[in-house]
Design a binder for this molecule. Structure first.
Ligand SMILES: *Cc1c(COP(=O)(O)O)cnc(C)c1O
Length: 467
């Protein structure tokens, strides 16, 4: 930069108020009493930096009073925690960026109960040391129809620990069509590297045959692993063998069959119009030795990775030295146990597990709610046009691509601001609202909104003013 040779610009920059001037104001003093000097000084410096940038871009220098007026909001913004509640109006029920499954009430209560002192590793009958998985393990086994079950931090961890405990130093056969990357750092070939098992690829991207697996089996083979392609589809001329086709091959060769189903549907997803979503129970029933799935996808609970199957194999996983490094903490264990208990009664699961309730909400109900919301939004100063209409939504976002459901949206055409501006204004509210955009409209998609949040959503829309 050539420096500020423009004398007029230099004068405007000089006229920016100094930090101590803002801090001398009574407003700043009151804020210091509640938030401390450091926080207020940082906020003041932040406001001056923004004002300085505006001046450099040709704007006028604000007066000290103007910056002081913005100080309370700036201090509040800095004091807010990073993780906050938001309203998910994207239509993506399982949104990885929004924390995947919203927890059932019973799971939230279990977290509260466990948050102080709790009997995590104490058997209250005997007073002796007990297992921290005494609650979840039998539930996993029962719900999945397995001899035994356990859980670790997520499905990625479940994959690593299973491969390590059962297949380290040996070969595991995987179809080339199933060598997936699941978001950022989960890439199957790399998972194999850290686990110590050797990946043996077979078949092609679109076609893998039973005979491809059979031919690859040798003295060094420990297992065949099937990975559910949960975040992509191979359409057209494509085929991979099912678990029931691979089970006899594995059994005959005396090797294991591992089934990574990912989404973890215990409930019958056909009931909400999503047939064909494979569950961990089906894999085990078809002959898999071990199944792996996530706790926070269609299971509807906290982040966790579930491992279930033959008792001796689960025991090997549980006693691996790395298991402790991946073990669940008491809050997650409490939430997972509560969620699994709800699954014991299918009707209760569909009512009380938010993911399932949202997926099963009839589109006619969504349409009625969208129309009510539209009535409250029509006529707001930032709204030029608004309509309630039917649409479709990818309820699993990018992570479960086949899951498309009908939905109802409130489609808003903003007035005096762009769709992006309106989306940003919604994100900046005290309880941020996440919408999606389509066809130059801002869409509030009710498929992912809990009915009890409709009122707050309307209030949020009302609180936006023209910028
Ligand atoms: C989502 C998914 C994973 C990763 O699960 P996380 O719980 O997010 O670690 C692994 N495999 C499959 C098939 C998945 O769908």
């Amino acid at each position: 930069m050539a420096g500020h040779t423009d004398p007029e610009l230099t004068a405007r920059l000089r006229s920016l108020p100094a930090v101590h001037l803002l801090l001398a104001d009574d407003t700043a003093k009151a804020l210091e009493a509640s938030h401390g000097h450091q926080a207020v000084a940082e906020a003041a410096r932040g406001l001056i930096a923004i004002a300085r940038q505006a001046v450099l871009e040709g704007g006028p220098a604000p007066a000290a009073a103007e910056l002081v007026a913005r100080l309370p909001a700036a201090v509040e913004a800095k004091a807010r925690p990073h993780i906050r509640r938001v309203i998910n109006a994207t239509g993506v029920v399982l949104h990885t960026n929004l924390g995947r499954a919203p927890l059932p009430r019973a799971a939230i209560e279990a977290i509260l109960a466990a948050s102080g002192a709790c009997n995590l590793e104490l058997d209250l009958e005997t007073g002796q040391r007990g297992s921290r998985q005494a609650g979840v393990s039998p539930l996993i086994a029962r719900l999945l129809g397995a001899q035994a079950g356990t859980a670790v931090n997520n499905c990625a961890a479940a994959t690593v620990i299973t491969l390590r405990a059962l297949c380290r130093g040996k070969e595991v056969i995987v179809s080339r069509g199933q060598l997936v990357e699941i978001g950022g750092s989960f890439r199957l070939p790399e998972i194999f590297e850290v686990s110590g098992a050797r990946l043996r690829e077979v078949g092609c991207t679109n076609i893998t045959k039973v005979s491809d697996y059979e031919r690859a089996i040798g003295p060094d083979t420990a297992a065949i692993m099937r990975v559910h392609p949960s975040n992509y589809r191979v359409e057209g001329f494509a085929h991979t063998p099912s678990v029931s086709q691979l089970a006899p091959v594995a059994r005959q060769a005396g090797i294991l069959l591992l089934d990574d189903v990912g989404s973890g549907a215990i409930a019958d997803m056909a009931l909400c119009g999503l047939p064909g979503e494979p569950g961990p129970r089906e894999g085990l029933a078809s002959g898999a030795d071990i199944t792996l799935c996530s706790g926070d996808k269609l299971l509807g609970g906290p982040q966790a990775g579930i491992i279930a199957g033959r008792a001796n194999l689960v025991e090997k996983v549980r006693t691996d030295p790395l298991f402790r490094a991946m073990r669940l903490d008491k809050l997650v264990l409490a939430a997972l146990e509560a969620t699994l208990r709800l699954h014991l009664d299918a009707d209760r699961a569909w009512r009380e597990i938010p993911v399932l309730a949202l997926l099963r909400e009839p589109v006619a109900n969504l349409q009625a709610r969208a129309e009510a919301l539209m009535g409250k939004i029509r006529g707001l100063s930032w709204v030029r046009g608004v309509e309630a209409r039917r649409d479709t939504t990818l309820v699993g976002g990018g992570s479960l691509p086949g899951m498309v459901l009908p939905t109802a949206v409130v489609a808003i055409q903003p007035e005096g601001m762009s769709v992006d501006d309106a989306a940003r204004a919604l994100r900046r509210l005290p309880v941020p609202v996440l919408a999606r955009r389509k066809d130059d409209r801002l869409m509030l998609d009710l498929r992912s909104v809990m009915p009890m949040d409709d009122e707050e959503l309307a209030e949020a829309a009302k609180s936006i003013s023209l910028v």
